[in-house]
Design a protein around this ligand. Structure first.
Ligand SMILES: CCCCCCCCCCCCC/C=C/[C@@H](O)[C@H](COP(=O)(O)O)NC(=O)CCCCCCCCCCCCCCC
Ligand SMILES: Nc1ncnc2c1ncn2[C@@H]1O[C@H](COP(=O)(O)OP(=O)(O)O)[C@@H](O)[C@H]1O
Ligand SMILES: [Ca+2]
Length: 473
């Protein structure tokens, strides 16, 4: 494997020249033996292809670019081309013989990844007797790794965990058996399970973009830009209450520039205990300590957007993403609140997602790193307002003022987008489950790491140094 620019990997050939047939055979034997010691490499994969994702190239991408590489790496693959939405999810949930495989690969976009995620996580909980309807249930991590061959519209899960959306690079991360743990958010409504999310949970702006874009799916990836402009121009804002449990104090800040992104070296993701957290509350005792450590913060307001970014959400549209310093595996999500502001200010904020400026450095934007949160839209409070208006009517006051004020606050209600799918409820509770899944990826590498040979990272067995090449000659 050779690294090229922009986090891309390509195949590279090494030619060994031998003086005799016998020596050549010895070398082949030794190399195959050494490769067999590397047990992290997958040998058998279950592949799902969404033929309708993105620009509808999933099948071609897999057959022309990925399958030949798996073949060369002696990886066997059982391929299922999906015939309908949720085909992959349902197959994984009930039918798939998971014991036969070392990993599951999805060829498609974030929506297709979401199907694999739901299939695998639900299957694992069912097999372990865990009830996913309980918002505080401790979920059991999935044993199979997931690989993503990008062939969708946004591909942010691939981009934010690999650094690029290139099918060959992703195939090579699968072949070498890279492993990247990743947090998963569970979303509940009134104590019943709705969905899991790994990338963006967005209410207001992104929820509206997604709802509108579903009608224009035939346009492919461009549907998001068109709906983006439409939603931007309609400039709706929504009122509600966000309550959240902040992250432990040792988990970094959404505005720090750590950018370690959940790699093995990332101190934030690898921290086991909660030492600093414990220190913060060390002078408190028993119940009081527990309450303080679990203190919910409550914010009420009028918002253009409420976004929870469980990962950076970097994608070709926004190379640093919605929350550039978010970690992949720290057990937290970054909650971004964009309050009502002028169109021009909101445009400035959006534009900063495409350049190096800090998109959080606006008076109307705040960002919190959180373990859990809940959103309650204002219309849920309406019930009590209606009670109030009844009461006022009885006491001789006109109820009209109450209703009118409510209607003027925001034009309509929004929906949540959950990794690109629309949720049926606005009142949701979200909890982060630390490192619930593992991907065939290694996070985004920094420059120095990129200088090294890929095989140096795989341990001594595969470190075929150039000097060895010369010995063979
Ligand atoms: C002025 C330019 C503003 C550019 C702002 C770009 C911000 C982009 C942040 C993207 C975060 C993406 C998070 C990923 C979510 C995905 O899981 C999910 C599903 O993906 P899939 O279809 O591959 O299955 N995708 C999405 O939710 C798509 C979100 C895309 C939003 C595009 C918004 C474009 C906004 C354009 C506003 C233009 C204002 C112009 C005024 C004249
Ligand atoms: N064979 C199929 N026919 C129709 N829809 C499908 C099929 N397979 C998967 N889907 C659905 O297509 C949607 C979009 O898939 P995705 O691969 O994420 O593409 P995109 O990134 O363009 O949205 C997902 O919601 C997925 O459930
Ligand atoms: Ca996280």
């Amino acid at each position: 494997v050779r690294r090229t620019s922009g986090h891309q990997w390509t195949c590279s050939d090494v030619t060994f020249h031998c003086t005799s047939q016998r020596l050549c055979e010895q070398w082949i034997h030794v190399i195959n033996e050494q490769l067999s010691f590397h047990t992290n490499r997958p040998r058998s994969l279950l592949v799902y292809i969404n033929p309708y994702g993105g620009k509808r190239q999933g099948r071609r991408v897999y057959e022309q670019k990925v399958a030949p590489l798996f073949h060369r790496a002696h990886i066997s693959a059982d391929v299922i081309v999906t015939e309908r939405a949720n085909h992959a999810r349902d197959h994984l949930k009930t039918e798939a013989e998971l014991d036969k495989y070392d990993g599951v690969v999805c060829v498609g976009g974030d929506g297709m990844f979401s199907e694999i995620l739901h299939g695998l996580v639900t299957r694992t909980q069912a097999d372990s007797g865990v009830d996913q309807d309980q918002p505080d249930a401790e979920l059991v991590p999935c044993s199979l790794h997931i690989g993503i061959i990008p062939a969708g519209s946004t591909d942010c899960i691939c981009f934010a965990t690999v650094g690029t959306n290139d099918p060959v690079t992703s195939a090579l991360h699968i072949i070498v058996g890279d492993s990247q743990p990743m947090d998963v958010c569970s979303v509940h409504h009134n104590n019943s399970f709705l969905r899991y999310s790994v990338s963006l949970l967005g209410y207001g702006f992104y929820g509206d973009v997604l709802s509108d874009s579903e009608r224009n799916r035939w346009q492919g990836p461009a549907r998001y830009d068109l709906s983006g402009v439409k939603t931007f121009l309609s400039h709706n804002y929504y009122e509600g209450t966000v309550s959240f449990l902040p992250a432990e104090s040792n988990k970094g800040d959404p505005r720090d520039e750590l950018k370690l992104n959940g790699k093995p070296v990332c101190l934030v993701c690898s921290q086991q205990g909660s030492t600093l957290h414990a220190q913060k509350y060390k002078n408190l005792q028993g119940q009081e300590r527990r309450e303080k450590a679990n203190e919910l913060l409550v914010i009420h307001g009028k918002f253009l957007a409420i976004n929870a970014a469980n990962m950076s959400c970097a994608c070709p549209r926004s190379p640093k993403g919605l929350s550039p310093s978010a970690h992949l595996a720290d057990g937290n999500t970054d909650l971004i609140l964009v309050r009502k502001c002028s169109r021009l200010d909101f445009f400035r904020h959006l534009l900063r997602h495409t350049n190096k400026d800090d998109q959080f450095d606006h008076s109307f934007v705040e960002v919190h790193r959180v373990r859990r949160f809940r959103f309650q839209p204002r219309h849920h409070e309406l019930a009590s307002l209606e009670d109030l208006s009844e009461g006022l009517k009885k006491s001789g006051f006109s109820p009209i003022c109450v209703t009118q004020t409510t209607c003027n606050y925001s034009t309509t209600h929004s929906s949540w987008t959950c990794d690109g799918e629309i949720l049926p409820h606005a009142d949701i509770q979200v909890s982060v489950h630390r490192q619930l899944i593992r991907l065939f990826a290694r996070g985004i590498e920094e420059e120095q790491q990129q200088q090294r040979s890929v095989f140096e990272d795989l341990g001594p067995h595969l470190a075929l140094e150039p000097s060895l090449h010369w010995t063979v000659d």
